[in-house]
Design a protein around this ligand. Structure first.
Ligand SMILES: Nc1nc2c(ncn2[C@@H]2O[C@H](COP(=O)(O)OP(=O)(O)OP(=O)(O)O)[C@@H](O)[C@H]2O)c(=O)[nH]1
Ligand SMILES: [Mg+2]
Length: 406
């Protein structure tokens, strides 16, 4: 694995430079804003530093490459366990160690605790890397404990055992004797980021307005999320956004969105039929975005799912569209799977996860991403409009899934 830092005026510029040098297969491990210090504040603008990783064939530890080392290696600072051959990797892992500093410190401190020992005895988990009949060195045993700790942390965060096992199996393939802890950590971290893939958000249409549909179960936060996004697009990005609601089941539902529309000074319309939807898109043809709120309903209600299908078909006829399935992170895993597959039958969607503030675990983000095989676009973490929403950040979520701070 090559790990390297790139700096640019913006994140896009830094990532562009990384792709130019290392190709499109890179994984962004960390993004950091570098603020100029001292007098430089006056002369230099903020810059963004991205740390990227590139998995090499076989992904086995290799000697530090000249071009891969962004800074001279300091083996004694970088290795947590192991030396000799493992120390060579330290030059690479030193970069990631810095980025994952807090995560690693946390994991290691937990690793020292006797609790882990107890946990191991009480939990039957996958046993990584233990070769039957062979005596393992103390270091190797410690390393295995560390890997088990990562695995258990994923399960505690409700990552589906199936996916946690896959990640561990991948690690197993690349594991080498004397692999430093931070290499193991970086490897698992990278695998998980790769599993999340690229976050995708709302994009502009090539022509005419982009119609953006929000659908999902009742009460997950669809209308609130629309208000947050509409606010960001109109106030921050200065785009023209029109708001429509197809939620005619409850009077209060339309009023809720109308209120937000009034605050944002955005046009608002209730659509009762597919024809209304088509007409509205035509009427707002000079807008950048038309956000469409829909009534929350159970995925088990066939009639409502059919109506949703009709609305989607109507929208498809009149312009470019994007559909978002809004899911609450507090919903039971099994239900989430059923909801995701029901909606998959009617439209290709991207995911928005709400109410992250109401749960201590975010394993379902990874589970659903892998199950539905669609990108996560946004997450919301509170009731405040417009603040409590962010673009999905895989790095942050993976750190959390590995035991980092929320
Ligand atoms: N804690 C928390 N509450 C949220 C979040 N997003 C929305 N809510 C709350 O969830 C409740 C329902 O939000 P709505 O936006 O009305 O949900 P909806 O999906 O449009 O609901 P229906 O239209 O009835 O299906 C409201 O009390 C919101 O304030 C979030 O990220 N965190
Ligand atoms: Mg609503």
């Amino acid at each position: 694995m090559i790990i390297k830092k790139f700096v640019g005026k913006t994140e896009e510029e830094a990532v562009g430079a990384a792709k130019k040098e290392l190709g499109n297969g890179i994984v962004i491990m960390n993004v950091k804003e570098i603020k100029p210090k001292g007098l430089a504040v006056l002369f230099r603008a903020k810059r963004t530093e991205v740390t990227v990783a590139l998995e090499e064939e076989g992904d086995i530890p290799k000697p530090v490459r000249k071009e891969a080392a962004a800074e001279p290696a300091k083996p004694e600072a970088a290795t947590t366990a192991g030396s000799g051959a493992a120390g060579l990797e330290a030059g690479n892992s030193q970069n990631i160690e810095k980025r994952l500093d807090s995560l690693q410190t946390l994991l290691e401190s937990r690793f020292q605790q006797d609790e882990v020992e107890k946990q191991e005895q009480s939990e039957a988990v996958v046993q990584p890397a233990e070769k039957q009949g062979e005596e393992l060195s103390e270091e190797e045993l410690e390393r295995n404990k560390f890997v088990r700790l990562l695995y258990n942390t994923m399960l505690e965060n409700e990552v589906d055992e199936k996916y946690a096992n896959q990640i561990m199996e991948d690690l197993e393939k690349n594991k080498k004797p004397n692999m430093p802890f931070d290499y193991i950590l970086a490897n698992v971290y990278q695998k998980m980021i790769l599993k999340f893939g690229k976050a995708e958000d709302i994009t502009a249409a090539k022509k005419g307005p982009k119609i953006v549909l929000f659908m999902g179960p009742t009460g997950v936060g669809k209308t609130t999320t629309i208000a947050k996004l509409a606010s960001d697009f109109t106030m921050t990005e200065k785009k023209k956004v029109a708001l429509l609601t197809a939620d005619t089941y409850r009077i209060a539902a339309a009023e809720q969105l109308r209120t937000y529309a009034n605050i944002l000074e955005a046009p608002f319309r209730v659509i009762y039929t597919e024809e209304d939807a088509k007409q509205a898109v035509q009427d707002f043809s000079n807008f950048d975005f038309v956000f469409v709120d829909t009534a929350g309903h159970s995925h088990k209600n066939e009639e409502q799912m059919e109506n949703m299908q009709k609305l989607i078909d109507a929208v498809k006829e009149v312009g470019e569209y994007q559909a978002f399935l809004v899911l609450s992170a507090t919903t039971k895993y099994r239900d989430l799977l059923k909801i995701a597959s029901s909606y998959k039958e009617i439209v290709e969607y991207q995911l928005i996860f709400t109410k992250l503030d109401e749960t201590a675990t975010c394993g379902n983000l990874l589970n659903l991403k892998l199950y539905a095989d669609v990108p996560i676009a946004y997450v919301t973490c509170g009731q405040n409009v417009p603040d409590d929403i962010e673009r999905f950040n895989p790095q942050k979520t993976v750190k959390q899934l590995l035991g980092g701070k929320a």
